[in-house]
Design a protein. Structure first.
Lengths: 313, 324, 331
């Protein structure tokens, strides 16, 4: 028995030392050199030579599929979620071959597409890096937090599509700027919050990533005091419901039954946003599951329609 | 005497639990919210709509699980018999998954009924399997039959979950907790639970005799067949109702009856009502703990009861060589 | 060689050939033979040697490991329902992996490829806790072991549940796939880390089949026949834990193989471990290989976790076994 426990202890030690030694993944792609064959790109799992102008790219996650569509250069193959293609990407990815789900891609299907570049996530696909590299040059990157513009632009640079990348960001920025100006003129100082009602908890979404920076920075909306600006989200108790006094509430609903129960309570019905009819159901895919100019553009157009639709008409 | 002390402690715990929560509300307001309810006060609404039902639910669930465990142990004369080990959650999760995946729009109430039926089926299956063999229901056989049936139901549920990707949704129903419970669900479950609890207490003298042995009980004029049937029915309603209201809250049905045996002796006439009181007390306190450990996050109550229950279970298994 | 063993080996060979021929990348049987002879093109070699063959090998090894571990555990505990999972192995590995993913989500840098190591450590720790909890006066009784295992399982699952609820959906789906058992993207590297365990432990266990038979007679009888019950049991258990732990670490929580393989083997050749162990191992391999064929090809290119397919094949048979055993009082 002594032997066994000390074995366990040394294993645990080994693991902790491995944790300590583990190198941090690079968040963004970095072009470290140019060769006749292509660019040498440093990424989450090392350095890879990316063809000068990749033609057949396979995407192992929606974030890369979205970037490639935004670059005007859709992938030849992409993973799907069980829920299907997100609405905002449905047109751009209509003709793309499916290669399984993101956490269990079909390597033979990828190979059959004869790709010249594979894009995937460092945390999910890192364990398949060797196999993927045997199929085609592979670049693995983690999803960015708030600084998605830099991430996106760097990906463009790594793929030889920097002009397209910067143009897509600029187009998004100018659209956001336009809506921001109307919002500031029409609804000065009105507060908003994003709420997600799940089976047994309620979350207030914060300002750190995905929809957060779009609402509170790009569109200049005023966060309600309960919005945690430096976090992705905060779980609240249902006893806090009377304090959700924002002028506008964007609602992501996963559990209709629970939502219906909540809406039936006198507390919910007493909220200012509910009484004013300013509670809006929004689509989870662009609002909470994606990062990129197309999804964020979808959020901007949702906000314009929901908050300004009446005023403009 | 112990019962009385337990009841006093339970009342105190109930009051404490109603007065503690994410929204800071002082005791006087809580008192008025319960006894002089004012519709226009949001604090009163918080108490009435969220806090009171969850506290009542935790008491009912605790009492139900503990009494179900006591009945099972009495009927089978098996110290390890308890809802957790007998396929309760396996059955409930399978039917929940079926409900969520294939019957959308069922609603919280509908899902509750599904898990009720599933839990009852799971327990019935284990009980039947475990007791049908020669030599009856030994603790190890029961525990293994429970594990095996749970694994079986679980893998069926896994298959559906994976095919439909609803995993995390199901998780929230299964993770034990009473924070989602409100009056409509309680209205549905409360009469059944209270009825079954009352029946259990009425049956207590019979169970006490049965615990002495089938022959003794029959010799003393008990109609053992009818008694067994009623008590089993009682167990299914209690365990199924509890899991439907609160999801997987393990070990209450195992720990509390043993605690009572220690406090009031081996007489089931006292063990059963005692289990009701102390089961309620345990779960009200556990729920309070779940809220207070790391606010505003809530821990699943099931985690807290497991933290109490696992060491206790191991202690029981180590102690009892007799029949194990 | 017994006739059932020869039959199962033939079936396994058939499944192997089928497995190598099926996949999203089209290769005709003729091309496959050419590739095997070293005359295929680069892509065909890649498919055969880097994708299909390592994965197939992995399925065979995992099946052998789990089924043998299950058979030994059942022999040692004298209980035919004891599954490798019952010692808390699978739950421990699962918790360790969820914990790793959870820390990863919170910004911990994790080198790729560490997951199996973490899983193995989790499995080993959980088994150690189970042993410690079951040990009284230095003796580990089979019944105590089973009960302690059930308790440890329950505790670990409760903690796993809490952690899983806090995970982001993307990582949660990943965790679920792992927990359900998967062979996605298994490479020679993983095969090489599992192989030594089997090479060392399988011969040891097969050589101990007679003491295993004797242990089944009961502690008293075994001692009377000159078997060192305590020592024998401890070594057998340790070996079973090593086999099951390494399999689970590399393939996730594939259930039922450790129950079904030995059960079927016992029905075919009787309870003597000398004949039963090799057959159980081959049946385990057959089960996992067949399940993997279905998992890869049923919804191609979308893949099912292989553990779920094993469950779908195994669960009905197991239910039938349970009902039969219940009737005959064999549980």
């Amino acid at each position: 028995m002594h032997l066994r426990t000390s074995l366990g202890r040394s294993l645990a030690l080994l693991i902790f030392s491995l944790f300590a030694a583990g190198a941090a993944f690079a968040q963004t792609a970095v072009v470290v050199g140019e060769t006749p064959e292509g660019r040498t790109v440093r990424h989450g799992l090392g350095e890879t030579v990316v063809p000068t102008s990749p033609q057949r790219i396979v995407s192992l996650h929606n974030i890369f599929s979205e970037a490639l569509v935004a670059f005007g250069h859709p992938p030849v193959g992409a993973t799907v979620r069980p829920t299907g293609l997100p609405d905002q990407l449905a047109d751009g990815l209509a003709d793309v071959a499916t290669i399984g789900e993101s956490d269990s891609p079909d390597f033979e299907a990828i190979l059959a597409l004869k790709p010249d570049l594979i894009l995937g996530q460092a945390d999910v696909h890192g364990e398949f890096y060797d196999l993927l590299t045997a199929i085609a040059p592979t670049v693995l990157l983690d999803e960015p937090e708030a600084e998605w513009r830099e991430w996106f632009s760097a990906l463009g640079a790594a793929l030889g599509m920097q002009v397209e990348a910067d143009a897509a960001v600029a187009a998004y920025d100018s659209e956001a700027e336009r809506v921001k100006a109307s919002l500031a003129a029409e609804l000065p100082g009105e507060t908003v919050l994003v709420l997600r009602v799940r089976e047994k908890d309620i979350r207030v979404y914060g300002g750190s990533r995905r929809s957060g920076p779009v609402l509170y920075s790009d569109l200049g909306l005023t966060p309600h005091p309960l919005v945690p600006l430096d976090k992705e989200h905060e779980t609240i108790s249902n006893e806090i419901i009377p304090e959700l006094t924002a002028d506008h509430i964007f609602l992501m609903v996963e559990d209709e039954a629970r939502q219906a129960g909540l809406e039936a309570t006198a507390l919910w019905q007493g909220l200012p946003a509910v009484q004013a009819g300013h509670v809006y159901r929004v689509n989870m895919e662009p609002w909470n599951r994606s990062t990129g100019p197309i999804s964020f553009g979808a959020i901007v157009s949702d906000v314009e329609q929901l908050l300004l639709g009446g005023a403009l008409r | 005497m112990v019962l009385l002390a337990g009841a006093v402690a339970l009342v105190a715990a109930l009051v404490w639990s109603v007065s503690v929560g994410a929204a800071g509300i002082d005791l006087g307001t809580v008192w008025r919210a319960v006894f002089a309810f004012d519709h226009s006060s949001s604090q009163h609404l918080v108490i009435q709509e969220f806090r009171l039902p969850r506290v009542v639910a935790s008491a009912v669930v605790g009492a139900s699980l503990a009494v179900a465990g006591a009945l099972m142990q009495g009927l089978t004369r098996n110290p390890l018999a308890s809802p957790t080990l007998m396929g309760l959650n396996g059955g409930a999760s399978l039917l929940l998954v079926i409900g969520i995946a294939f019957l959308p729009g069922l609603g919280f109430t509908g899902l509750m009924l599904m898990s009720f039926v599933g839990a009852a089926c799971g327990v019935g299956l284990v009980y039947g399997l475990g007791s049908s063999g020669r030599g009856g229901l030994t603790p190890v056989r029961l525990a293994l039959a429970g594990t095996a049936v749970s694994a079986l139901l679980g893998s069926l549920a896994d298959g559906i979950v994976h095919a439909t990707r609803i995993a995390q949704d199901v998780l929230f129903y299964l993770a034990g907790g009473v924070q989602g419970v409100r009056w409509p669900q309680l209205d549905l479950m409360l009469p059944w639970a209270l009825g079954a609890l009352a029946l259990a207490i009425l049956l207590a003298p019979g169970v006490a005799l049965l615990n002495l042995g089938e022959d003794v009980a029959r010799g003393l004029g008990q109609r053992t067949g009818r008694l067994r049937f009623l008590a089993s029915l009682c167990t299914l309603v209690l365990a199924g109702g509890a899991v439907a209201l609160a999801g997987g809250v393990g070990f209450v049905g195992l720990v509390v009856p043993h605690m009572m045996r220690f406090l009031v002796g081996v007489d089931y006439r006292w063990i059963i009502p005692g289990s009701a009181v102390f089961g309620a007390l345990l779960l009200v306190l556990a729920d309070l703990g779940a809220r207070m450990v790391n606010p505003p996050y809530e821990l699943p109550v099931g985690l807290i009861t497991a933290l109490i229950g696992v060491p206790f279970f191991i202690y029981l298994a180590r102690r009892g060589d007799q029949g194990l | 060689m017994t006739r059932p063993l020869a039959l199962v080996l033939m079936l396994l060979l058939g499944a192997t050939v089928l497995s190598l021929n099926l996949g999203s990348f089209r290769i005709t049987p003729g091309e496959l033979l050419q590739t095997a002879a070293g005359r295929g093109d680069a892509n065909q070699e890649l498919v055969l040697y880097r994708i299909r063959l390592p994965r197939l090998t992995m399925a065979v090894l995992v099946g052998i490991g789990l089924a043998t571990a299950g058979a030994v555990l059942q022999g040692v505990t004298r209980n035919s329902l004891a599954d490798p999972g019952i010692l808390g192995l699978t739950a421990g590995a699962g918790l360790a992996v969820i914990l790793l993913i959870y820390l990863q989500e919170r910004g911990l840098a994790v080198p790729p490829g560490i997951r199996p190591v973490v899983a193995f450590a989790g499995a080993g720790l959980a088994a150690a806790v189970t042993f410690l909890a079951a040990r009284r006066h230095g003796v580990v009784l089979p019944s105590q072991l089973l009960l302690a295992g059930i308790a440890v399982n329950a505790g670990l699952s409760a903690v796993t549940l809490v952690l899983s609820m806090r995970l982001d959906r993307k990582l949660y789906d990943q965790a679920v796939t792992w927990l359900a058992g998967t062979l996605v993207g298994r490479d020679w590297q993983q095969v090489l880390s599992l192989l030594p365990w089997l090479i060392v432990l399988l011969p040891i266990l097969w050589a101990r089949s007679r003491p295993l038979d004797i242990l089944g007679l009961g502690d008293g009888a075994a001692t009377g026949l000159g078997v060192d019950v305590r020592g024998e049991r401890a070594w057998l258990l340790l070996a079973a834990v090593g086999l099951a732990g390494s399999s689970v670490a590399l393939a996730g929580g594939i259930g039922f193989v450790g129950l079904l393989g030995p059960h079927l083997a016992r029905r075919l050749v009787g309870p003597q471990h000398g004949r039963m162990l090799p057959l159980a191992a081959c049946l385990g391999a057959l089960l996992v290989v067949s399940a993997d064929i279905v998992a890869r090809n049923l919804l191609r290119p979308v893949e099912l976790p292989v553990g779920i397919v094993v469950g779908a094949i195994g669960a009905p048979y197991f239910l039938y076994l349970l009902a039969r055993a219940g009737r005959e009082g064999e549980i």
